[in-house]
Design a protein around this ligand. Sequence first.
Ligand code: F3S
Length: 757
Amino acid sequence: MAFDIDMIKKVYATMGERVDIARKLVGKPLTLAEKILYSHLWDGNPDKVFTRGKDYVDFAPDRIACQDATAQMALLQFMQAGKPKVAVPTTVHCDHLIQAKSGAAADLKSANSTSAEVFDFLESVSNKYGIGFWKPGAGIIHQVVLENYAFPGGMMIGTDSHTVNAGGLGMVAIGVGGADAVDVMAGMAWELKFPKLIGVKLTGTISGWTAPKDVILKVAEILTVKGGTGAIVEYFGPGAKALSCTGKGTICNMGAEIGATTSTFGYDESMERYLRATDRADIADAANEVKEHLTADDEVYANPEQYFDQVIEINLSELGPLLNGPFTPDLSTEVGTSMTEKATKNDWPIQVEWGLIGSCTNSSYEDLSRASSIAQQALDKGLKMKAELGINPGSEQVRFTAERDGILGIFEKLDAKIFTNACGPCIGQWARYNDPKNAPKNSIVHSFNRNFAKRADGNPNTHAFVASPELTAAIAVAGRLDFNPLVDTLINENGEEVKFDEPTGWELPPKGFDVEDAGFVPPMEDGSGVQVVVSPSSERLQLLEPFTPMQPESLQGVKLLIKAFGKCTTDHISMAGPWLRFRGHLDNIANNTLIGAVNAFNKKTNFVKNQLTGEYGAVPDTQRAYKAKGIKSIVVGDHNYGEGSSREHAAMQPRHLGVGAVLVKSFARIHETNLKKQGMLGLTFANENDYDLIQEDDTFNFIDIAEFAPDKPLTLEVVHSDGSKDTIMANHTYNDAQINWFKEGSALNVIKRENAQ
Ligand code: F3S
């Protein structure tokens, strides 16, 4: 039903030749990451060597995956492209919009009612354009992708940062913004800076209480949250081969927490076992035929320092279980006495109130089975849970099989809550408190990936620690952060001293996977007759109108909307949190535009001067007042403007509200590209100090915008309120094609016109 073996065979058919050409061009043995990258070039066979960390390269991904929160705007945009079907196999997964509250059945029912219009929209668009649809309750996107679509040597993009999870099955899988996904859906290339390469050699073997999670928690400690930026992390060595495929997925998943572009492992027997267990023997057979291309050349792993930009070695035999947190995933503490000391010193609550097992990171059959072995011991040894326990299985296939095998029953005997197969508490969809802002200080332990303040329950006082599922289960039983199951004992209901044995589990279900309804809805063969209905009165969805091109005359008399001071990330430009529900409604979400940006003139947020009235007000209101009068505006910013997530809303909202240009000291590159795609001007000060010339009542004239051309700076006349003027130069990085986007109103308008020709 799901994967496309013909497409995979096509990838494998050309891989050998492309890898050989690339090896000759590069002039040395290749890493796995290089093999996958060079065999997925947009132009086909490689004809030049790319410089890591420098060259921008066009790629042709094999697949796209979207989750429900990001898919809304991505698909609304795709509908604008005028294509009858997506150009690349694509799936949509409903997993982010389901709250964890009472338990799976009730929670799913409630989500199906509160988000019905969003789910219905996603399903009908999927049906129309040939997209596979995974309905609410089918599972978490990355677990479902690993079970159904990931394949060794493939390249995938997804509109979620943890798309990287598919590296566990030997892919190069990368999280992108919706605008990038739309380009690929519409048949265009996908651009990426050729990444640097970090090699992680794993020696020794994992055993006892140590889990794959501890490998990535250790890597996070070593590299920190920024250490992987711009790099692909490639794991190898005997320790890597001995890990299960889903364990490899866990490690790749949390590569997002060290900022890595993605992470991957070479094809091995664990992947073959997983492919066969998940009903994909034909992929395993096809992969076996090209397996020398699905891992690095032998010489690379023999002398990694010569081929990677950085090499780390971890001896798994010496690695113990770790707890990372609170508030950041790279703060590692070994279980036991070091935690007692740290928690006391930092005033972290020792008592643990919840243990949560699940998320795309750790919700496999193996994860649940190992955690259940601890739960079973608690029952056998007469221990009572000191903390509450919540479980989110990764997919319906995992849930069904775990229920059949009695795993879920063990948790239930301990009064654990089995939540929906969905993200739930991992994305703040956890109805833990009525009033999270005023909730008490407390500690929780979970097997998720992110533990920033407020992430799980909205309570800034919740100290969240990340651990393996088995350690999470043990700590939930003990109810203490400093519990070390390797040495500590607990007193049971009969007053006896008892100790946990090491966790045990199954890499794969001994009786095989099973499921009655996996939750997949295939699209119609011919979806042309499908009507996508969006109610005009909906507050969550709004069909998009094409942006109209900005004429040169509209860029005269442009008003300053805000001069942003200091950091201005995509969160400052388009906040998340409660605004998530409007991700599919451009006009409604535009009411958060730049409300987090600090006004350089009064150091306040969301408080700017309306030049038409002289009064101060909210940024969106002020901008709407300019729009009502047909006046364009400009946003001025500092360095690295638009850093953070790749969400295209941060460019679409200002465009929708009538902002014409963004002029900054420097851009975060993805945001700059997003501005270009939406037909806006993204400019940088030729002279950084000109930022200081900009005053609160300034008006801008784009003197030579009619001659907008590549490599030619634009001239801006800045008229101050006293009538004095400054002329400043603004640099840009638009090429011919991107100038065309500007001239036609947006990249999508260009695609649509080309499609109609
Ligand atoms: Fe969902 Fe959390 Fe993963 S939000 S996709 S389970 S990181």
